[in-house]
Design a binder for this molecule. Structure first.
Ligand SMILES: Cc1ncc(COP(=O)(O)O)c(C=O)c1O
Length: 386
């Protein structure tokens, strides 16, 4: 059966391919260790589960949610942004729940792009920044993240003709897949560019709560003028071990959020209100201690992986945030895909090839830290022994 031409343009989602390969190896009795997908291996924090249990038992959560979101959730997001980032948000107009950041990022493409329009997308970057525009008949224009500039895109290098057609700009710090934290002055440069060219700046804030070595990640909305030109998509998936719950929020520019709301009322019926109430609990100050505990675990894992890679002669900069280590492909391999294939076939370890996140990732591979220490150690040892 033929799918749409738009769908045909999209390469198969990387992790769907990997999952298939891993499943077939496991069926053959091979003990595969997966350092591929960034899905936290420890449970959602207990107070969040308890809040969800109470909320599920409350019949007021059983009806269709409104896309606007439950007041408790919107107020909790606004309170969190004030406490954590000193950003003031109007819970009535500047906050809305999303069914995960992925849904929100994709739907912003429908809400803001027409055929012929362009979305500027970080390269390497989260795949939806490029798949989204293609699926709505628009075009992604890649902004290479340069390791020499701390993985900042060179906004000055974007051609005028591209800027004329650009309606969206997707960026993300702390960054997946490179682990980079915000390069100095980048948020300010984005505000300027977006204002000048009437582009909606979309900061994908999936990792601000997972940072190490005393680094504290800012929100894009702390930047003067950011709310006039942009929105931030804040996900609870990684920071609160809630990937399966599909809980996120879009915050910032009220007009942009109103368009997203109008679109969503035609697409879905909102986020289960029990999940919203659990999310509201997650964002309270009492949960900070859990988040800190989790970042300590990731920080130990990061050290373990970076030390092992350094001992193997792989030059790697320990990331100050996210749940990923981004490392150069060792000499002797034609491509990141060839190296990752080799590691999977010979060592039964799954790592992600950098070019799955865009052509600028070609010389790199990504290790996810969402595996317990003993398994992680074994996984980094196995390829060394080949
Ligand atoms: C940069 C980035 N944005 C968004 C997401 C998806 O977040 P969510 O689970 O809220 O859809 C991910 C997940 O890996 C991510 O790395």
């Amino acid at each position: 059966m033929r799918s749409s031409k738009r769908l045909e343009q999209i390469p198969p989602y990387l992790f769907a391919e990997l999952e298939r390969k891993v499943a077939s190896k496991r069926e053959a009795g091979i003990a595969v260790i997966s350092l591929g997908i960034g899905d936290p291996d420890t449970p959602t924090f207990e107070p969040i589960i308890a809040a969800a249990q109470r909320a599920v038992a409350d019949p007021s959560t059983h009806t269709y949610p409104t896309n606007r979101g439950r007041r408790e959730f919107r107020e909790a997001v606004a309170a969190f942004y004030e406490r954590r980032f000193e950003v003031r948000l109007d819970p009535e107009t500047e906050v809305m729940p999303a069914i995960g950041a992925k849904e929100c990022i994709f739907n912003l493409n429908i809400a803001f792009l027409d055929p012929g329009d362009v979305a500027l997308a970080a390269d390497p970057g989260y795949p939806v920044y490029t798949g989204g525009p293609l699926l709505v008949g628009a075009e992604p224009a890649l902004m290479p993240l340069d390791p020499e500039r701390g993985f900042a895109p060179d906004l000055g290098a974007i051609e005028e003709a591209t800027l004329k057609r650009a309606r969206l700009l997707f960026f993300n710090y702390p960054n997946n897949p490179t682990g980079a934290v915000l390069p100095k002055g980048l948020f300010e440069r984005v505000v300027e560019l977006a204002g000048e060219h009437e582009i909606l700046a979309v900061h994908d804030n999936a990792y601000s709560e997972i940072t190490f070595d005393g680094y504290v990640a800012p929100s894009f909305l702390q930047t003067p003028g950011a709310k006039e030109v942009g929105v931030e998509v804040f996900s609870l998936s990684k920071g609160y071990n809630m990937t399966g719950w599909r809980c996120a929020a879009i915050v910032g520019n009220a007009e942009a959020i109103a368009h997203y709301w109008r679109l969503k009322s035609n697409i879905d019926s909102g986020l289960f209100e029990a999940v919203q109430l659990a999310g509201a609990t997650a964002l309270g100050p009492e949960l900070d201690v859990h988040v800190r505990g989790m970042t300590q675990i990731y920080s130990k894992r990061r050290d373990l992986v970076c030390d092992a890679l350094a001992q193997a002669g792989v030059e790697v900069t320990p990331p100050k945030g996210t749940i990923y280590v981004w490392a150069p492909v060792p000499p002797g391999f034609d491509s990141a895909a060839a190296y990752c294939e080799y590691v999977l076939e010979e060592a039964a370890v799954v790592i992600s090839p950098g070019d799955a996140y865009g052509p600028s990732g070609a010389g790199f591979f990504r290790i996810s830290l969402t595996t317990p220490e003993d398994r992680l150690l074994e996984a980094v040892e196995r390829p060394r022994q080949l």
